[in-house]
Design a protein around this ligand. Structure first.
Ligand SMILES: NC(=O)c1ccc[n+]([C@@H]2O[C@H](COP(=O)([O-])OP(=O)(O)OC[C@H]3O[C@@H](n4cnc5c(N)ncnc54)[C@H](O)[C@@H]3O)[C@@H](O)[C@H]2O)c1
Length: 481
């Protein structure tokens, strides 16, 4: 490692504040600095160490899973994963021991053995070192995703992380380089890629039904303010409210971006080239902080902080000359939307605002015509596990399809649908949109995390060939998800 890179990493380690629970100093409203962008280009120019796209790791007959972060998302994962055969949950970890105990109860309810328990601020490190784990599954606050994945891979384990995979360019490159070096998978758990209409769109795009894809749109529009971000009983230690301060851009790009990036074969025949990004001011969060602080001292520290602007709109252009619009707004009153629009030379599919629809001309197809398309073009994974997934639940079933597919790939030694390059490219909008916003929407180059391999990488395999051997337990817990 050269001197510059070492210095760069040291600075990041000091500034990163990985486990900070108080409000950090607002040093970075600008996204990556010039120096950090130069470092990113230098790493890109070094070339790929090993291609993890299409990489098949040795088969694991039983996948032993350690789950870190047992809050709202992680505790649901314990239940979902418990339905899958050929899987053991061998380790559970949360900062708070009572959350570990609550998940042990879930294991008991699911007639699974208790797992080894880890807790405290640093318990996750011991879990990553444990000999009883093959896959570390992380549902922690954002700032822990990269450190946990790095520790997992460096200890010879595959890593699966909640979204986004990282928040800085350095973190994302570190994930890429570590996955290539250790030959451990690093999958971002972008569950929206497994939603039913998204999978239908992907298969239709693959079969040429939409023609050449020209433009796509995605989003995360979900008003989280009152009930979630400012709710003392929701996110642990108010971590997600804190993330919305001092960072101004698209902080949650991957739910909208993942499914359309797969339709456009990003990193597998095409790649992101550059983006421009624009944010509004904040019109709601500081007002809410003031309103709450007038009644409750607890919220005083959130008053007059540099909150992220309500709506961020980012435009991305691909190498093949296609465009993507991706939006982020979690603080304006609006119905939920991920947009999911994929527009090609022969047709268009759009999910939000509902109802989901497809057109091959000036008018949308009639509901019965859409139904016929669904029957014809639902990909094999939906036909194989879709109805079971709907029964198990988790965002209508998409979470379970994702979990099942991940475990089935690991058990059968198949490449994963989402590799470390997807995790890095999709997450890179987090830092890069901030840089563009801070520079009056200036164009920002998006690095090629595959370092050239995108030209030959094969598209995501939709066949289930070599897999689909993983069963699902027929246990009905008293409490359904
Ligand atoms: N894909 C999706 O649909 C989806 C949905 C919700 C949340 N998420 C993601 O899941 C992650 C978790 O979100 P959540 O809603 O469950 O938040 P949460 O606050 O409910 O859960 C986070 C958990 O991490 C624990 N934690 C914090 N520091 C820790 C440490 N040092 N060691 C071990 N555990 C620690 C907390 O105690 C808490 O239990 C986030 O990344 C979020 O973006 C994804």
């Amino acid at each position: 490692m050269d001197n510059n890179r070492r210095k760069f990493l040291r600075r990041l380690a000091i500034g990163g504040g990985v486990m900070a629970t108080g409000l950090p100093a607002w040093a970075n409203l600008t996204g990556p600095s010039d120096e950090q962008m130069d470092q990113s280009s230098a790493i890109e120019k070094q070339g790929q160490g090993f291609n993890m796209c299409g990489y098949a790791a040795p088969k694991l007959q039983t996948v032993r899973v350690g789950i870190i972060g047992l809050g709202m998302r992680g505790s649901d994962a314990v239940e979902r994963l418990s339905y899958i055969d050929g899987l053991e949950i061998t380790a559970l970890c949360d900062k708070y021991p009572d959350r570990v105990e609550a998940s042990q109860k879930t294991l008991e309810k699911m007639k699974r053995p208790r797992a080894k328990a880890f807790s405290g601020n640093e318990g996750w490190k011991a879990l990553c070192e444990s000999n009883e784990v093959d896959l570390v599954y992380t549902a922690t606050p954002w700032s822990m995703h990269t450190p946990v994945c790095l520790a997992a891979m460096r200890n010879g384990k595959h890593a699966a992380t909640e979204v986004p995979a990282g928040k800085t360019m350095d973190e994302l490159w570190e994930l890429v380089e570590t996955s290539e070096k250790t030959k451990q998978h690093c999958m971002m758990l972008e569950n929206c890629c497994y939603d039913f209409f998204e999978l239908l769109t992907l298969n239709m795009a693959r079969q040429g039904m939409l023609g050449e894809i020209v433009h796509a749109e995605g989003a995360y529009i979900h008003d989280l303010t009152k009930d979630w971000l400012f709710n003392k009983k929701a996110y642990a230690d108010m971590w997600r409210l804190k993330e919305n301060i001092g960072q101004n851009g698209n902080l949650y790009p991957t739910h909208g971006l993942g499914p359309i990036a797969q339709c456009m074969d990003i990193n597998r025949g095409d790649k992101f080239e550059h983006l421009v990004s624009m944010s509004t001011n904040d019109f709601t969060m500081n007002n809410l902080a003031k309103e709450l602080a007038a009644k409750d001292e607890f919220f005083k520290e959130y008053v007059d902080q540099p909150f992220r602007g309500n709506m961020n709109t980012t435009l991305i252009r691909s190498n093949k000359g296609k465009t993507i619009m991706v939006q982020h707004d979690v603080s304006t009153i609006r119905p939920y939307s991920r947009i999911h629009l994929v527009s090609g030379t022969k047709g268009v599919a759009q999910k939000w605002p509902g109802p989901q629809r497809v057109a091959f001309g000036h008018s949308w197809l009639k509901p019965e015509e859409l139904k016929q398309l669904e029957e014809k073009y639902a990909p094999p994974i939906v036909k194989h596990i879709g109805s079971i997934a709907k029964e198990v639940g988790g965002h209508g079933g998409m979470d379970f399809i994702m979990d099942w597919r991940l475990i089935d790939c690991l058990r059968n030694g198949l490449p994963l649908d989402q590799d470390v390059y997807d995790a890095a490219a999709w997450s890179s909008v987090f830092p890069l949109s901030q840089r563009s916003v801070a520079k009056k929407s200036r164009t920002i180059d998006i690095p090629d995390f595959t370092r050239g391999a995108w030209q030959l990488n094969k598209p995501v395999d939709l066949t289930l060939n070599g897999g689909a051997s993983t069963g699902v337990r027929n246990i009905k817990p008293d409490l359904k998800m």
